[in-house]
Design a protein around this ligand. Sequence first.
Ligand SMILES: Cc1cc2nc3c(=O)[nH]c(=O)nc-3n(C[C@H](O)[C@H](O)[C@H](O)COP(=O)(O)OP(=O)(O)OC[C@H]3O[C@@H](n4cnc5c(N)ncnc54)[C@H](O)[C@@H]3O)c2cc1C
Length: 185
Amino acid sequence: MAGEEYTRLYSWGNDPKRKASQHARDIIGDDSVDIEILDVSKWWINKTVAEYYSDGNIFCLGDMVYRHPPFNGLGSNTYIQDAYNLAWKILYVMSRRVGRGLLKTYSVKRQPVGVDIITRTNQGLRDHHLWMRAIGMTEPDVEKRKAVLAEFKDKGEVRRRRRQQFHEGIENTGTEFHGLGIEMN
Ligand SMILES: Cc1cc2nc3c(=O)[nH]c(=O)nc-3n(C[C@H](O)[C@H](O)[C@H](O)COP(=O)(O)OP(=O)(O)OC[C@H]3O[C@@H](n4cnc5c(N)ncnc54)[C@H](O)[C@@H]3O)c2cc1C
């Protein structure tokens, strides 16, 4: 490969540097390519929300007040809406159209939305478990995962059952993929 290329990889479990190197080689399909892992950072699945978003003249928004898994596409959407809610209130107060009391409604309105999104996204994560299990992704052992995948090539009942489990798993994610408008929280 000529020159240098940089990419970001996701890996999980222990020894992330070694796993990321192996993962990169598997993707490239060439074990002779030199790979250097520049940095590894950990990311945890969370379910946390601040009890209030503002105190006096301090107003908080985004991931600093809620942490949740990336389901339903709610993280960026929500902080943009937090920002919008706060911005028009600041404009109204600074242009003296209303009193400062309006700013107190920011936390009152937006914090319950934070509670909703950490609840919804964590349920979204659980909703994915069925299809992952159906294709063997949740098996810790790679040989077992391969065996589960091989069942999809079976000619008879085994394959039918696997396909049905997979289908049910996909249906179980319906709230996430058919929840039109949920991002308008
Ligand atoms: C894997 C993954 C997938 C996602 N997918 C989606 C999606 O599909 N749709 C969606 O809407 N959301 C998604 N999100 C969520 C979304 O990325 C976050 O909710 C969003 O980026 C939060 O924005 P933020 O500005 O609050 O925080 P951040 O994006 O974390 O920004 C904070 C910034 O502050 C900087 N910073 C920190 N400390 C300091 C300091 N002391 N001084 C100066 N700067 C500092 C950081 O470097 C960073 O640039 C996903 C998140 C993850 C992890």
